[in-house]
Design a protein around this ligand. Structure first.
Ligand SMILES: Nc1nc2c(ncn2[C@@H]2O[C@H](COP(=O)(O)OP(=O)(O)OP(=O)(O)O)[C@@H](O)[C@H]2O)c(=O)[nH]1
Length: 677
C-alpha cells in the first residue's frame, strides 16, 4: 500500500515502535507522487541539465547519465521549515541506500533519534528504518561499516540490540581519498565477514555521509581485490548499485592511479548530484562546514602521487595492514615453510639465512654441488602474492601491501584471468642507478620460491625452485606485458608499479672469477660479496649452515645494539637466545661528528678495524629491531680471523672445479645452458 502524504503536516511520533510500518510507507510516498507528476518532473530535469551544463561545462552525456538515465537524479520538493544546518548538507534529499553489491549495501549515514526534530517526517532514516527497509528488501544486516569522520550521527546501541556488528573506519571526506591503510582494513573486514557467512547470508551496510564517494571508493577497492575486474568495470558496477556512483573526479583518478590502469578517454565523472548542489544554496551560509562532509572542493590528494625523491634502501614501501590480518598471514607463511608457530612469543622472520664462509665450512663446496651469485646489498624481503594483494615481508616479520600484478600461467592470451594466490618468494630489493642517465629504479631480485599457489615447494631442490620462478611467476607476467603492448583492451600499466621484478642469476663455480672481476664491478646496484647456493638444497628456514656468504673482508659486519646509559657509559650489545648481552671491552667509533648518544637504542652495523681493534659504525639498521645473536657474531669473527681473501677464495675454487663431481656436472650444465640459448 502506498499512501500519499502531506509533507507540511506535523511529524508523526517516529520513535514509536508500533507506528514504524506507517513511516516506511510515508518514506516511499514522495517518490510515488513525483512519478505521477511525470510531465513536471521531466521539465524540471531538462532545465536542471541545461543549468548544469552551463555551470560546470560538464558533458551531460557522461558515462553515468548514459548508463543510468537522468531519472535517477533525486527530485527536491518544497519542504516544511526545519533546521537543515544541523544535518549534513544534502542529506535529506540524497537517496537513502543503493542496491546490494557483493553482499554490501551502500548507504548514506543513518541519523539517530536526536536528529528527528530537524528532519521532515517521512525523510527520517535512523537504524530503525534502515533495518526495516533492508528486511523488506529481503536482507538481514550483520555488519555496519561506518566511514564517517565523526561519532555524532548515531549511537551504536540500536545495532547491538539487533546483534549487528559495527566497525568504524574513520576517513576524512573533504580533502583526500581515504588512506591506503583504511582501505586495507575495509577490504579485510569485509572479506572476513563474508567468509563467515556460510549458512545464513547476512549483509553489510557501508556508509559515509552520503554513501557515494568514500563508500564507493572503498567498495571499488574491494571489487578490484576480490573479483577479476578492471577499474572501469568496478566503478560502473558501483554506479549501477548506487546511482550516480562516485562523483568526485579526484577519487576516480586515484582509483586508476592506485591500480596502475589507464583511464579510458571516454570515462567521464558524473556531475555533482542535484541534491548536493542545491544543498550549497540552501545553507545560506549558516552551516559550518563539517569536517566529515563529502564536499566538492578539489584538493591535493595525498596518496599515489609521484614524488621525484632520491630512492634509498631505508624507504618504507607499501601500506600497513590490520593486525589480525598480519597474524593470519604470518601463520600461513609458517605453514608454507612447513614450520610450526612458536608456542610463546611472536613468531620470528622465517627466511633462510646464510652463514659466513670460514676455512671449515669452505670444505662444503667440495662435498656438495654449489652455484654462486653476487650478494646484492639492498633490503631483504620475502614476498607473498595473494589475489587480494601482494605483501612485502621484512626482517621484523611485518607485512606491508604493495600494488603489483602476478598473473598465473595458462590464462587467455591477452589478459590472464587468474592471478597468483599464496605464492611465496624470497629476494632482495635493490636500487639500480642507470649508468647513462643516473635514473634510479627499484628492483626486486627474486632468488628463491617457497610456495606456489598454496603448494609448498620447500622440499624440492633449489635448481627446480629457481626454474619455477621463471616459468610460473615471471614468464606469465612478461608474456602478458608483451601481449598487452599489442592490445587496446588491456589497461594495466606494469611500468607504474612501485618496483620492477627480475629473477636473480646464478653462476657455475667455474665462472666465479669472472663474476667477481667483471660482473660485480659493472652492476648498477650495490653488492657486498658472494653467496654460495647448494644446487640441490631444500629451502631451509632461519639459519642454513649449508648456505654460505663470502663478504669482501672489509665488509664483514656485525649488527650491535648501541646504548649510552645515564652516566654516559657506552655499550655494544648482542642477543643471546633473545636476551640482551652486553659485550664487555668492545668499542665503537662513529665516522661523523654526531653525539654518540644520538645513536643510543639503535641497531648499528659495524665492521672490524683490525689495526685499531675497534668497531667502525657503517650505518644504522632501520630494517632491524634486534641485534645479531652471539652465535652469528662468533661466525663473523671466525670469518674475520680466518681472513678468506679474494685470492684465497679463488685459489680454492680453482681446485674444487677440477674435482670429478664438479667437472662432470659443470660440463653437463654448460651444455644444457647452450642448448637453451
Ligand atoms: N640467500 C641469498 N641471500 C642474498 C642473496 N643476495 C643477497 N642476499 C642477502 O644476503 C643476506 C644475508 O647476508 P648478511 O650479510 O648476513 O645479511 P645482512 O642483512 O647484510 O646482515 P645481517 O642482518 O647482519 O645478517 C640475506 O638476508 C639477503 O638479504 C642471494 O642471492 N641469496
Amino acid at each position: 500500500m502506498v499512501v500519499a502524504m502531506d509533507l507540511n503536516a506535523s511529524p508523526l511520533p517516529e520513535d514509536e515502535e508500533d507506528n514504524f510500518e506507517n513511516h516506511v510507507e510515508q518514506y516511499i510516498a514522495p517518490d510515488e507522487r513525483i512519478e505521477s507528476g511525470a510531465e513536471l518532473a521531466r521539465r524540471e530535469r531538462e532545465e536542471r541539465i541545461k543549468r548544469r551544463k552551463t555551470d560546470r561545462g560538464d558533458d551531460v552525456h557522461s558515462y553515468a547519465s548514459r548508463q543510468l538515465g537522468d531519472n535517477q537524479i533525486y527530485q527536491s520538493k518544497p519542504q516544511k521549515a526545519y533546521d537543515k544546518s544541523k544535518l549534513p548538507p544534502g542529506w535529506v534529499e540524497c537517496t537513502p541506500s543503493g542496491q546490494d553489491i557483493c553482499g554490501m549495501v551502500p548507504s548514506k549515514v543513518p541519523l539517530g533519534e536526536m536528529y528527528y526534530e530537524h528532519i521532515p517526517a517521512g525523510k527520517r532514516y535512523s537504524f530503525k528504518q534502515v533495518i526495516h527497509q533492508q528486511r523488506v528488501s529481503g536482507r538481514k544486516l550483520g555488519l555496519v561499516i561506518d566511514l564517517t569522520n565523526t561519532t555524532r550521527y548515531y549511537s551504536t546501541n540500536e545495532l547491538k540490540k539487533d546483534g549487528i556488528k559495527h566497525i568504524k573506519i574513520q576517513c576524512r571526506g573533504r580533502d583526500a581519498v581515504p588512506e591506503n591503510v583504511a582501505v586495507n582494513q575495509f577490504v579485510y573486514e569485509v572479506m572476513q565477514f563474508l567468509s563467515q557467512q556460510k549458512l545464513s547470508k547476512k549483509y553489510i551496510l557501508v556508509h559515509c555521509t552520503h554513501g557515494h564517494n568514500r563508500t564507493g571508493y572503498m567498495i571499488v577497492h574491494f571489487l578490484m581485490r576480490t573479483q577479476s575486474m578492471s577499474v572501469t568495470q568496478a566503478i560502473m558496477s558501483f554506479a549501477k548499485a548506487r546511482p550516480p556512483g562516485i562523483y568526485k573526479p579526484e577519487y576516480i583518478d586515484a582509483l586508476y592511479a592506485f591500480y596502475h590502469e589507464k583511464r579510458p578517454d571516454d570515462m567521464f565523472c558524473p556531475p555533482i548530484p542535484e541534491w548536493k548542489r542545491s544543498s550549497e544554496f540552501d545553507l545560506n551560509g549558516e552551516a559550518v562546514p563539517d569536517d566529515d562532509d563529502d564536499d566538492n572542493s578539489v584538493a591535493p590528494l595525498h596518496s599515489n602521487q609521484e614524488i621525484e625523491a632520491k630512492l634509498t634502501n631505508d624507504d618504507v614501501l607499501g601500506d600497513d595492514i590490520p593486525f589480525d590480518q598480519l597474524n593470519a598471514l604470518r601463520h600461513t607463511c609458517y605453514q608454507m615453510l612447513k614450520m610450526t608457530m612458536p608456542g610463546r612469543g611472536p613468531p620470528q622472520f622465517p627466511g633462510s639465512h646464510p652463514v659466513s664462509l670460514n676455512r671449515e665450512n669452505l670444505q662444503l663446496l667440495r662435498q656438495r654441488y654449489y652455484y654462486a651469485t653476487w650478494k646484492a646489498d639492498g633490503t631483504r624481503y620475502m614476498m607473498l602474492i595473494t589475489m587480494d594483494g601482494c605483501y612485502l615481508v621484512d626482517r621484523s616479520f611485518n607485512f606491508r601491501r604493495v600494488q603489483m600484478r602476478f598473473p598465473c600461467k595458462g590464462g587467455s592470451d591477452v589478459l590472464y584471468d587468474k592471478t597468483h594466490h599464496f605464492t611465496l618468494l624470497d629476494g632482495e630489493m635493490v636500487i639500480d642507478t642507470l649508468p647513462d642517465t643516473q635514473k634510479q629504479e627499484r628492483r626486486y631480485l627474486i632468488y628463491d620460491l617457497m610456495a606456489i599457489n598454496h603448494v609448498s615447494v620447500v622440499e624440492r631442490p633449489f635448481s627446480e625452485r629457481w626454474k619455477m620462478i621463471e616459468k610460473e611467476v615471471l614468464g606469465p607476467r612478461n608474456a602478458e606485458r608483451h601481449n598487452a603492448y599489442h592490445s587496446r583492451e588491456f589497461s594495466y600499466r606494469y611500468e607504474l608499479e612501485p618496483f620492477r621484478v627480475r629473477r636473480k642469476d646464478f653462476w657455475l663455480l667455474s665462472t666465479v672469477t669472472k663474476l667477481l672481476r667483471d660482473f660485480i664491478p659493472k652492476l648498477s646496484h650495490e653488492a657486498d660479496g658472494l653467496i654460495f647456493q647448494g644446487w640441490d638444497d631444500p629451502y631451509v628456514p632461519k639459519t642454513h649452515n649449508g648456505l654460505l656468504k663470502w663478504k669482501y673482508p672489509e665488509m664483514n659486519s656485525v649488527d650491535f645494539l648501541f646504548e649510552v646509559n645515564a652516566d654516559g657509559r657506552q655499550s655494544l650489545c648482542l642477543f643471546e637466545r633473545g636476551k640482551k648481552k652486553p659485550m664487555d671491552g668492545q668499542r665503537v667509533e662513529f665516522k661523523d661528528d654526531a653525539d654518540p648518544s644520538s645513536y643510543s637504542g639503535k641497531i648499528i652495523e659495524c665492521s672490524w678495524d683490525k689495526h685499531k681493534e675497534v668497531w667502525d659504525c657503517m650505518r644504522v639498521r632501520t630494517d632491524k629491531n634486534a641485534p645479531n645473536e652471539i652465535n652469528t657474531y662468533r661466525k663473523v669473527m671466525r670469518s674475520i680471523t680466518d681472513n678468506i681473501t679474494e685470492a684465497v677464495l679463488l685459489g680454492e675454487i680453482n681446485e674444487i672445479i677440477r674435482l670429478p663431481m664438479y667437472a662432470d656436472r659443470i660440463n653437463n650444465d654448460s651444455k644444457a645452458a647452450a642448448r637453451r640459448r
